[in-house]
Design a protein around this ligand. Structure first.
Ligand code: GDP
Ligand code: IMO
Ligand code: MG
Length: 419
């Protein structure tokens, strides 16, 4: 019966894909509500590894999956993803919102070119055109899926390409010239293929909720990459937080029952921006190598550091978290001592709150806990890992309902189901 939002509590790549897949077993509908092809959600099924960028991670349990209006869609990537899943024997029952905006070939070019002009101040985006597509959406000149399938895009695409060419030539001064004919041809190719997937997503979700079915809302990116509440300007251009699920799926806040925060047992970040608990030593190296912390979309090495509970408390407040899924606990295997950040020293003050506008000036205050060699004894967690989890629960006031001890479905301990 519940509507459950799954949201990242850190800087992304917490293992949301794995947790959404796991929880989807008992879901009827799974919907992605924001972000775009900047996301990379990994699901490991036996020997197969799927890295989803747009199709919701609930697709493997045969659920109805939906892409809401808050998502920006690169049709080329979406159609290829559907083809790849289908050729792997996965039944894709997908509905895409006509209100979702489309990433067109000029968006990634603009993304990369804007980044270049920022020089050292670059955000280090995924260069998938996310920022420029959301910019067009807010500026009310974007192309929506509706426009593609109804073939009402030509005039606006021509106008946008003219504008993009001027920006590239005169503002960014890069020698790229876009060919409008080629882009229009691509739009026409996508139009027919997308037609079969377009539907009224908010109506589908709201009637599912009315009929008391289980709906999972899958967030991409995470709280600290949120355009409003993250480490601006080092953020993405959408609202990954739980509030974004209502906007991006088209459901009212009164419909939501639970918000599950996905929290990695340590912290990672890919791209620029402040990171108080970042480690530039052997432990950081251990986390990166053991946790295979290299970007799912871009292959970039992720920055690694200790778990920061000030961040999780902030994420709890901003998202209204009701519980946590703790992932990648196994990656801490073999570390003799573990540190957890429980507060900051900020401008001479000790604080357990988070000055998001000045996170770069925060020095972590750590407590130290005993590490472990082997996380699991049979199917039981070792006492040191239990103490690590208990500390997280004590400091955040949240219960850790799921514990992930490896990438596969079987490597999951469910203490209390969200359903
Ligand atoms: P997402 O973007 O939040 O869905 O996370 P990603 O898929 O980008 O990154 C998480 C990575 O960690 C993927 O390679 C997962 O297969 C892997 N993973 C997820 N949970 C665990 C876990 O508990 N232990 C280990 N070792 N790997 C995990
Ligand atoms: P998932 O859903 C980690 C980061 C980029 C960059 C910033 C802005 O897999 O957790 P963008 O291309 O969105 O304009 O880049 O946000 N970023 C992510 N980092 N996981 C992600 O998604 C990310 N999506 C964007 O690295 O710093
Ligand atoms: Mg990812």
């Amino acid at each position: 019966m519940p509507a459950v939002i799954v949201v990242g509590t850190q800087w992304g790549d917490e293992g949301k894909g794995k947790i959404v897949d796991y929880c989807s077993k008992h879901a009827d509908f799974v919907i992605r509500y924001q972000g775009g092809t900047n996301a990379g959600h990994t699901i490991v099924l036996g020997e197969k590894v799927f890295k989803l960028r747009l199709v919701p991670s609930g697709v493997f349990y045969g659920n109805r999956v939906l892409i809401g209006s808050g998502v920006v869609i690169d049709p080329e990537v979406l159609l290829k993803e559907i083809d790849d899943l289908t050729s792997n024997g996965v039944d894709v029952s997908l509905v895409v919102s006509g209100k979702a905006h489309v990433i067109l070939p000029y968006h990634p070019i603009l993304d990369g070119s804007w980044e270049k002009t920022r020089g050292k101040g670059e955000i280090d985006t995924t260069k998938r055109g996310i920022g420029p597509t959301y910019t067009d959406k807010i500026a009310r000149r974007g192309i929506r899926v509706f426009d593609l399938v109804n073939k009402t895009y030509e005039e606006r695409v021509r106008w946008n390409v003219r504008l993009a060419n001027r920006i590239l030539q005169y503002v960014l001064q890069v020698g790229h010239k876009l060919d409008v004919k080629e882009i229009l041809q691509q739009c026409s190719n996508w139009s027919d293929r997308l037609l079969g997937y377009v539907g009224n997503v908010s109506e589908v979700i709201n009637s599912a909720l009315q009929e008391k079915q289980n709906v999972l809302f899958e967030g991409a990116q995470a709280t600290f990459l949120d355009i409003d509440h993250g480490t601006y300007p080092y953020v993405t251009s959408s609202n990954p937080i739980a509030g974004g699920a209502c906007v991006g799926a088209g459901v009212g806040p009164t419909r939501i029952d639970k918000v599950l925060g996905v929290c990695k047992a340590y912290t990672t970040r890919v791209g620029k921006g402040p990171f108080p608990t970042e480690l530039d030593d052997d432990v950081g190296f251990h986390l990166r190598e053991t946790g295979r912390e290299f970007g799912t979309v871009t292959g970039r090495p992720r920055r690694c550091g200790w778990l920061d509970l000030n961040m999780i408390r902030y994420a709890s407040m901003i998202n209204g978290l009701t519980s946590l899924a703790l992932t990648k606990l196994d990656v801490l295997n073999g570390l003799e001592h573990l540190k957890i950040c429980v507060g900051y020293r900020w401008r001479g003050l000790d604080t357990t709150s988070l000055p998001i506008h000045d996170m770069g000036s925060c020095e972590p205050i750590y407590i130290e806990l005993e590490g472990w060699e082997t996380l699991l004894h049979g199917d039981k967690l070792c006492s040191e890992a239990k103490a690590y989890i208990a500390k997280i629960e004590e400091e955040t006031g949240l219960s850790v309902d799921y514990i992930s001890t490896g990438p596969k479905r079987v490597d999951t301990i469910c203490r209390r189901s969200v359903w």
